[in-house]
Design a protein around this ligand. Structure first.
Ligand SMILES: [Zn+2]
Length: 320
């Protein structure tokens, strides 16, 4: 999984810097292709995970066909589509749901498109994808690109958007998608396969790993903590959760305690930022911090990834 982590860190650093889907995708295209070795695991009652590179893909396969949650990158998506069509025995995938707009979760949408009946995402996702594409196109024009530099790919059409909640039956399963307000981005969905009792958290869950916090696209650390508490309270005690990402040696699945731990980490991150701002630390100094947040040693020393968002959210909040 070291390869996965390295790739993730590279792309997430770019995401933090550029905040742009197009740039992420461009970066992914420029990197030398690594051999893809997917890991496929059933979690419970026909629901499982498919991992290779980028955000964890969740799946459900039953006699009604296959549902996928997130699409990683074009090269890995091609393998995932092939696998889901084969295991479901259908000529199409019934539904692809994106947990949010980031390129390591939607970069394979164009590969799913011709083989998928409907693609679903939160109502803010088309705008975030379009903004990212426009920024990447403008950045490319400024850089005097060589002919070898591929242009950004236009976002794939989303067929259906969800503002608050949406649910549907699929074979014997009941699938729900719910938006809990701003968290990792302003367009996150939690997907629950209710009978299997498996829920995909997207990037609302980084398991013992400092998260990307996409403030340019609507993130809120304060509400993110509330979201994790709400999901933990609403879903059954034995729900198996799928996480977007995990630290080295950590699982991309887990339980309610993991959600609450990450929620507590985010609250502690905000407290830490609040104390530092109050003490007069400049943004520049703050971004260099490698402190360990007390009680969250399992995340390791701070890295730049979450710091800018924490500083800006605290500064914008006014009351310290
Ligand atoms: Zn993300």
């Amino acid at each position: 999984m070291a390869l996965t982590r390295r790739h993730f860190l590279t792309t997430s650093a770019a995401a933090a810097a550029a905040g742009a889907f197009g740039r992420l995708e461009l970066l992914a295209q420029q990197q030398a292709p690594a051999p893809i070795t997917p890991v496929i695991k059933e979690l419970r009652a026909g629901a499982g995970i498919w991992t290779a590179r980028g955000g964890t893909i969740g799946w459900l396969v039953n006699p009604a066909g296959a549902i996928a949650v997130d699409s990683q990158f074009p090269d890995t998506a091609a393998l995932c589509v092939e696998h889901l069509l084969k295991t479901s025995g259908k000529s199409e995938i019934a539904t692809l749901i994106n947990t949010h707009h980031h390129g390591d979760h939607t970069g394979g949408n164009a590969i799913f498109r011709p083989k998928t009946k409907q693609i679903v995402a939160h109502a803010n996702v088309p705008k975030y994808l379009k903004d990212g594409y426009d920024r990447a196109t403008a950045a490319r024009a400024q850089q005097n690109p060589t002919p070898a530099t591929p242009p950004p790919t236009e976002p794939t059409t989303i067929d259906k958007t969800v503002t608050d909640t949406w649910s549907f039956d699929h074979g014997g399963e009941h699938v729900s998608a719910k938006h809990y307000g701003p968290g990792h981005t302003g367009g996150d969905l939690v997907i629950h396969f209710e009978k299997a009792n498996v829920a995909h958290m997207g990037d609302l869950m980084f398991n013992r790993l400092h998260p990307v916090i996409d403030r340019a696209n609507g993130a809120s650390i304060a509400n993110w903590t509330v979201i994790l508490q709400k999901v933990a309270a609403e879903l059954p005690a034995d729900t198996i959760y799928i996480f977007g990402h995990a630290g080295t040696g950590r699982e991309v699945t887990g339980g309610r305690a993991d959600l609450l731990h990450h929620g507590n980490y985010l609250a502690a991150l905000l407290d830490y930022a609040r104390a530092q701002v109050k003490a007069g630390r400049t943004r520049e100094e703050f971004l260099k911090s490698t402190d360990v947040i007390k009680g969250f040693e399992d995340y390791g020393p701070l890295v730049m990834r979450p710091l800018a968002a924490a500083f800006d959210e605290v500064s914008a909040g006014g009351k310290l």
